[in-house]
Design a protein around this ligand. Sequence first.
Ligand code: CTP
Length: 397
Amino acid sequence: MTEKRIVLGVTGGVAAYKACELVRLCVKAGIAVDVVMTQAGEHFVTAVTFQALSGRRVYTDLWDASIPNNMAHIELTRDATGIVVVPATADFMAKLVHGRADDLLSTLIVARQSTCPLLVAPAMNVEMWQNPATQRNAAQLRADGITLLGPGKGDQACGETGDGRMLEPEDIFRSIQALFSPKLLAGKRVLITAGPTQEPIDPVRVITNHSSGKMGFAIAAAARAAGAEVTLVCGPVTLPSPIGVSRVDVQTAREMFDAVKLHVGRSDVFIAVAAVADYFVVDSSKQKIKKDGSGKLLLELAENPDILAYVAALPGAPFCVGFAAESENLLEHAEAKRKRKKLPLLVANLAQEAFGADDNHIMLLDDAGTHTLPRAAKTELARYIVEKVASAIRRQP
Ligand code: CTP
């Protein structure tokens, strides 16, 4: 049996003491841990502590002559299931963004294979976390496919309170365990719609809505992480593509419909997250519409195709998941929508809570009933929805 192993990077923050507990949890669960410390990390906890807890040598130096071929920066990660940096300082995050490689930990991260996941648990003072440079770096790391674990909120070692507190070792350990879990959607093809659509009125004006695309993009990333081949058809959004996902950009609902028709034949799962405009403007003007002095503008609207209903009614349809964004009577409207579109699974949320936010409060509706989830980050909800879909298709005849 191959050994379960991770590389744990420890950088220079006071939360380094929590990395000790994390090593203990991993070892107890049969996961071998190769600890790699930065020089700053060694100011907080000694290598001896990690050596005692992991039962393995601890790496601190890029130029360690005792390593036979001096290639620790390559070999340490090759059979590892992932690299986890606990804690990650603001400085280390900035280094990762730029691909710097001036010590063992940063070098082995730059030298890792694209299949080796990198998880980073930021820990810093609230002002450091909220600093625009750190926020830019966090966004860039996410865009590069690196998973940020937290940070959480709360009391900080410096005496201040707020965002930047490292997640607890148990929470980080759960993410490490997930690295070893089977790829739930391996071999499956998942088609996802996301974002708003824009319906032109004339060359400079559109009818659209406030959808940011965040939920759909999070589901695409989660499905990819679960091993699926993912195609993401999205309306106009400003989000970077999740790594490894094939993206098709569209503007209007009819273009989205065409793209879905093109890809749906190969799909095992269809997840309609897009907030598709219900109507388009009939004969939208080729030239900018000028005011005519009448004090009003009449537009003739016609209904767009219902993409989800079309897919759900196809012979041999993929497993279909719908979303319902309602402003009132959530459950009632959502269940009616699920029945009308004949969906095995529907995710319901309040539009005013969901649109644009990084977190959400959702309910899942299926034949077994309704299941309300606690408010959580869209990335976390996405993982849950993907797990739910995977277990539903496993149960399918
Ligand atoms: N949907 C779709 N194509 C449309 C409209 C909606 O694929 N033309 C999908 C959405 O992606 C979502 C679900 O259908 O998964 C519900 O969308 P919603 O707009 O909330 O519902 P509608 O069916 O449009 O009903 P209503 O506008 O009356 O609430």
